[in-house]
Design a binder for this molecule. Structure first.
Ligand SMILES: [Cu+2]
Length: 490
């Protein structure tokens, strides 16, 4: 009897050892390989000692909560994604995506010294360390305790931006750090790349067809990048709620054409591209006529594999049209039932900012309920075309992730040249150019357009990009603001 009880206790103890320890060690976990079958290791260098293949890109985000500041000064509660890698880039308003070599560089910390649980790198205490804006810190946060410390209340508006190059492999780790203001909720989160040519539903973030990430769990999503274009992403858990509450972000894929060597024929590259010869994951046909366009000596940036330089640009501005209902956000923080069908936006934003915040340079920080101010809206929305520095063409990557209404964006004085809709180059099957000039575009939730503003023949000055939904030119009770920004041509 005694022996039997003892052995049962021993069995239970070993069960705890077998299950609890590995789960505790692996529940928050970041994955970013330095080589794969598709992208084998390269020769190591001083800057890349692990020989990480630069075609492998990685990014890490938290799913949790936080606060943003509206155009009238109101602090709004969010469910949202926050950055756990690429922080220096994010704070400059750029995509936080890193090569695997940079992503895996040791992340300094003075709060959690020791050895990083995932990479095995020594964590060196740093006297200047600030966990809210760590120095070096395009590297990823990999220590589970530190992921919580940095990720909690760190949601940004929109979510950390992502950008990869065609042919990359992309490893995106989402860690659910919980929503500290809603301890009653056990909300899962996912990442869904909307409209993206994703070969695997397992990594598509639709919970009914795949998996969702529990609090204090991580998942590394895997994507290839078969087609250039402007996309976006969002959480796919209770979409009306989690999108309204702020789980929306921007994503784009740069075309292979950017990487052509100087003097190469753009047409020949487009005609040989998999998209031109029947790859079902992409559709851009080569242009109908070879214009003889070649890659300039200093390179160039293009939105698509156009084959004729019609999508070339000098500066780019991802702009996300969004709206917030402050009542919904308030009850989202305060344990009250949410009125989904009564949702009514009162803040109208471009990339998380309302006018006049849209024309203010720099990041917006917001003080959260723990008294700390964190970067909450970091992406620039003042469109600047600096002709004195040779810039003439701005690419606006416009997406609408407003879940309650269509939005129109209009310009005065400078035409919008629409080159693509929903990440598809405007071109017929024979390669004829279907791009067009207009002074407004109207998008429903879930759509994108790519617009070129060509300032070549436009006088220097300030122009406006604004919504013609005139009741959206307001910030709740302030009747001047909303979805508007300026285009500075100088
Ligand atoms: Cu979510």
């Amino acid at each position: 009897m005694f022996a039997s009880q003892f052995s049962r206790r021993g069995w239970i103890t070993s069960l705890f050892i077998a299950c609890a320890l590995p789960v505790a060690a692996q529940s928050l976990r970041v994955q970013c390989p330095t080589s794969t079958t598709l992208h084998p290791a390269v020769a190591p260098t001083a800057d890349n000692p692990t020989g990480a293949n630069p075609g492998i890109k990685c990014q890490e985000i938290s799913g949790g909560d936080g606060y943003a500041t509206m155009g009238d000064g109101t602090q709004t509660y969010l469910f949202g994604f926050g950055p756990l890698s690429g922080m220096d880039q994010i704070n400059q308003g750029k995509p936080g995506t890193q090569s695997s070599g940079d992503f895996n560089k040791a992340y300094n910390s003075q709060y959690f010294p020791g050895v990083d649980a995932n990479s095995g790198n020594a964590l060196v205490p740093d006297p200047t360390y600030n966990n809210l804006s760590p120095a070096n810190s395009n590297g990823a946060v990999m220590d589970p305790a530190e992921m919580m410390n940095v990720g909690v209340l760190a949601a940004q508006q929109p979510a950390p931006m992502m950008a990869i190059d065609e042919d990359d492999e992309f490893f995106l780790t989402l860690s659910n750090v919980g929503m500290i203001m809603r301890p009653d909720l056990f909300e899962q989160h996912t990442v869904h790349f909307h409209g993206y040519p994703n070969a695997s539903s397992y990594f598509d973030g639709v919970p009914d067809a795949s998996v969702a990430i529990n609090i204090s769990g991580s998942m590394t999503y895997y994507y290839t990048a078969p087609d250039a274009g402007t996309y976006f992403f969002h959480c796919h858990i209770t979409p009306p709620e989690h999108l309204q509450m702020g789980m929306v972000g921007q994503l784009y894929v740069r075309p292979r054409q950017n990487r052509l060597p100087a003097g190469a024929s753009l047409y020949a590259a487009a005609a040989a591209h998999p998209c031109a010869v029947g790859d079902i994951l992409c559709t851009s046909p080569p242009p109908a006529v070879d214009t003889g366009a070649t890659q300039p000596a200093n390179g160039a940036m293009y939105a698509y594999n156009d084959g004729n330089a019609t999508t070339r640009y000098d500066v780019e501005y991802p702009l996300q049209m969004m709206g917030f209902d402050p009542t919904f956000h308030f009850v989202g923080m305060t344990f009250n039932p949410e009125d989904f069908s009564g949702m009514q936006d009162k803040y109208f934003m471009l990339s998380g900012r309302s006018y006049p915040d849209t024309v203010n340079a720099g990041i917006i920080t917001t003080q959260a309920s723990d008294g700390l101010a964190r970067p909450s809206q970091v992406q620039p929305t003042l469109i600047t075309i600096d002709k004195t520095n040779g810039q003439t063409r701005a690419l606006l990557r416009i997406s609408n992730l407003n879940i309650t209404q269509f939005n129109t964006l209009a310009t005065i004085g400078i035409p919008m040249h629409v080159i693509a809709i929903d990440a598809r180059l405007l071109r017929d099957a024979a390669g004829n150019d279907l791009a067009y000039d207009t002074n407004s575009v109207t998008l429903g939730g879930g759509s994108t357009v790519d617009v070129i503003l060509d300032a070549t023949n436009i006088p220097l000055g300030t122009y406006f990009l604004y919504t013609t939904n005139l009741d959206h030119l307001s910030n709740d009770k302030e009747n001047f603001g909303g979805m508007m920004t300026e285009i500075a041509i100088k």
